[in-house]
Unconditional design. Structure first.
Length: 750
């Protein structure tokens, strides 16, 4: 045996027992029986090995200080078992879904040494065995082929430090021929697989001998930059010069080579060259198409003669009658909003907290009902839809549910059953929290609104923009295409709340007011970040529950500007979990990467997954869990490798352990992820965060998420710094220009 050194040796043996397996990265400890070496323990990254499987390993013999002699595996490959006994052991291990010990014995007794060849190439012959239908035979063959290809993908990508969970995603998206596709074009990984950077794909390309100035490489980088700009920074395009400069700098290529790549992409369907505000720009084709459609559709809805429209005099009379019968007193701007909703196809109603948006919406609903119109209410998140339902007395749905999301592998662009061919039946569509809609979701929504229907958009333009690409609400408001009614009157009842008062003060650039006798807005001074973190933990676990009798997990939400440092969400989640949901022998838990998930934990979905199936307590079923959805872990089964979560809107979802990278703890979440949600009690750490996060509308958004109480913990100078910084991050968006261009064209033809 060769111990240590750099000379790898090759050992072949049969896996007799899996002692340990890490689902996250594939790290495995197993016992091996070898004709040459006898029985020994092998350790290393060996995902998808199973008891009974023959493997050929390359590595080194090492001596562990506690466990003694081991074989450290550096790389491996599976060797299909060849004799009946080994094949039976392999199939009996449960590695192939649909085959257990009894079925395995029947198959091996029938096909003997030819069993694995039958599974791979002639699975239909399994139906010759009693108890195996043709359908089950096909399924077993499919599972075996998937296993073989998955193992090959994992082993190929493992050389480049790509984790098992990402390899599984590669297999799902690229299919059984993934390795061949990657060898043909490694950059497909950066452009189609979430979690794989261009640098990683580039490293693979180097090993495959692809030249640094390869046109394929440069084109892939250009597309990668546009994708990151869109889904990382919210841009729908980038100026061509910026794109060229980045390409030259990061790839060390010439300007001609960069321009040639852009020109080549624009000749296909990946990229489109356009001019915005006199500057040549580069769009991903999907985002340009979305902007064009949204602009055309908004202009169409705004300019079309509404077949249900009253005269102004009739509308004013109807509004006054409804207000009188319902005992509602509308201020001037509220009447204007209701009137505009009756007279126009598209309307934007915007305003901060306490300005009467709910009363306005309810009045609009009543007058639309008096006109015998069918109404649909929607909001971007489950919590926002639930709140809308409670305030209006009419069921509101998430936009995804309203449109009927269907299965789709594209994380960025959902597919919906409602569209131009199958539109919504509603005559009036009212959407709340419009600031959250990106250009893709707006595009899908407008495709589903039937011609002649009214589209009423409600939101707060001073909140953070959408997480996804575009600047939809602000572009619409600036276009002069859609009537915009700003609700600015703060009602007397709202004036009694310092949450409302301080939100408006901050929005105007003024410092918040803190009163010792105030019941809903507090500031706790903490100069030291570590002390601030544990003050927050004490508030969450002890002080607020003791004083107000609330369940912290369901009623208190920590909103941090940042993910990093001691007051970022990652650290705070670890601290809070240890305080309110510590390890307990009565609770199941599962470690996934650096996160320990435990029964009772509050968690959040961190990406759109259109394929997850859910069921409500009333038996209703559907698909799709979305970025920002929050729930509670109800069950963890290590045997079934399943975690069951109940989300806020009564959706129960079973997550396979392979999907747990889509979840994170949610005792603390970022302010960006809180949009569209409302929480009874909100705790906000404000300290020395990076300048990029210290701006006014982030603080304003955080405060307006609270329903009953806000507690800011941190430093006055940081609060002042945020309020003084009213700079909004620049987003490249062409929707405004397209709206103006279409409006000018329409005006010129009248």
């Amino acid at each position: 045996m060769n111990y240590g050194g750099s000379n790898w040796v090759t050992v072949t043996g049969t896996v007799t027992e899996i002692i340990f397996f890490n689902e996250e990265n594939g790290y495995t400890i197993c016992d091996i029986t070898s004709k040459e070496e006898g029985m020994f323990t092998a350790v290393g990254y060996m995902p998808y090995v199973s008891a009974g499987e023959n493997i050929e390993m390359e590595g080194l013999w090492v001596v562990h200080p506690e466990y003694g002699e081991q074989f450290s595996v550096k790389q491996y490959k599976t060797v299909p078992p060849s004799d009946k006994k080994a094949i039976l052991q392999y199939l009996s291990s449960g590695i192939i879904h649909g085959i257990r010990e009894a079925t395995a014995k029947k198959i091996v007794d029938k096909f003997e040494e030819d069993t694995l060849n039958i599974l791979l190439n002639y699975p239909e012959r399994l139906s010759e065995i009693k108890g195996i239908t043709e359908q089950k035979a096909a399924k077993i063959g499919e599972e075996y082929q998937k296993l073989r290809s998955m193992s090959g993908i994992v082993m190929f990508l493992q050389r480049f430090n790509i984790s098992t969970k990402i390899a599984a995603n590669v297999h799902r998206i690229l299919g059984v021929n993934a390795v061949e596709k990657i060898k043909e074009n490694p950059y497909i990984l950066a452009n189609e697989i979430d979690g794989i950077t261009f640098k990683t794909a580039d490293n693979i390309a180097v090993t495959l001998g692809i030249p640094k100035n390869s046109p394929e490489r440069i084109r892939a980088y250009v597309k990668y930059v546009l994708l990151k700009a869109a889904y990382g920074n919210g841009h729908t395009y980038l100026p061509k010069e910026i794109l060229i400069e980045q390409t030259i700098y990061n790839l060390s290529v010439t300007k001609d080579e960069a321009e040639s790549a852009i020109s080549s992409l624009s000749s296909g369907k990946d990229l489109f060259l356009d001019v915005v505000d006199g500057i040549e720009v580069c769009y991903l084709m999907s985002l340009l198409t979305a902007e064009i459609y949204v602009a055309r559709r908004i202009c169409s809805l705004s300019g079309a003669d509404q077949k249900y429209t009253m005269t102004t005099k009739e509308a004013e009379k109807a509004i006054n009658e409804i207000a009188a019968s319902e005992g509602i007193i509308l201020v001037k701007e509220q009447k204007e909003a209701v009137l505009a909703s009756v007279l126009h196809g598209c309307v934007i109603i915007t305003g901060g907290p306490g300005t009467g948006k709910t009363t306005t919406i309810n009045t609009i609903i009543r007058i639309m009902r008096s006109m015998k119109l069918k109404i649909a209410l929607a909001a971007p998140t489950g919590r926002a839809a639930k709140r809308m339902s409670e305030l209006t007395g009419i069921e509101a749905k998430t936009i995804h549910r309203l449109l009927g999301v269907v299965r789709n592998d594209d994380e960025f662009n959902a597919a919906f059953s409602k569209n131009e061919e199958n539109p919504l039946s509603a005559d009036v569509v009212i959407v709340d929290e419009m600031s959250m809609l990106d250009i893709n979701l707006m595009n899908a929504l407008l495709r589903a609104i039937k011609p002649g229907a009214r589209f009423i958009m409600v939101g707060d333009c001073d909140q953070l923009p959408s997480v996804g690409p575009g600047n939809v609400l602000r572009d619409l408001m600036a276009s002069d295409v859609v009537p915009v009614i700003k609700l600015e009157h703060i009602f007397r009842q709202a004036q009694e709340s310092l949450i409302v008062v301080n939100a408006h003060r901050i929005n105007r650039g003024e410092l918040p007011v803190f009163k010792s006798d105030n019941p809903d807005f507090f500031f706790i001074r903490r100069q030291d970040a570590n002390v601030a973190a544990y003050t927050i933990a004490d508030l969450y676990k002890n002080r607020l529950p003791a004083k107000y009798g609330v369940d912290p997990v369901n009623s208190i939400q920590i909103l941090s500007p940042s993910r990093k440092n001691i007051l970022g969400v990652v650290s705070l989640n670890t601290i809070i979990q240890a305080e309110v949901n510590p390890p307990d022998y009565m609770k199941s838990e599962y470690a996934h990467g650096k996160i320990i998930f435990r029964t009772g934990d509050k968690v959040m979905q961190n990406k759109n997954n259109y394929d997850l199936e859910w069921i409500r307590s009333n038996g209703e079923t559907g698909m799709g869990i979305f970025n920002g959805d929050i729930g509670i872990i109800k069950r963890i089964s290590a045997v079934d490798k399943v975690m069951e979560i109940v989300f806020d809107d009564d959706k129960t979802v079973s997550y396979g352990f392979a999907n747990l990278d889509e979840l994170e703890l949610a005792y603390a979440i970022t302010v960006h992820k809180s949009q569209g949600n409302e929480f009874p009690y909100v705790i906000i750490p404000i300290h020395n965060f990076p300048d990029l996060l210290m701006f006014r509308n982030l603080l304003y958004t955080a405060i307006t998420r609270a329903k009953e109480m806000v507690i800011i913990v941190g430093m006055e100078q940081s609060i002042i710094k945020m309020i003084k910084n009213n700079e909004r991050s620049k987003r490249f968006s062409g929707l405004l220009q397209k709206l103006k261009n279409i409006k000018e064209l329409l005006d010129s033809t009248e």
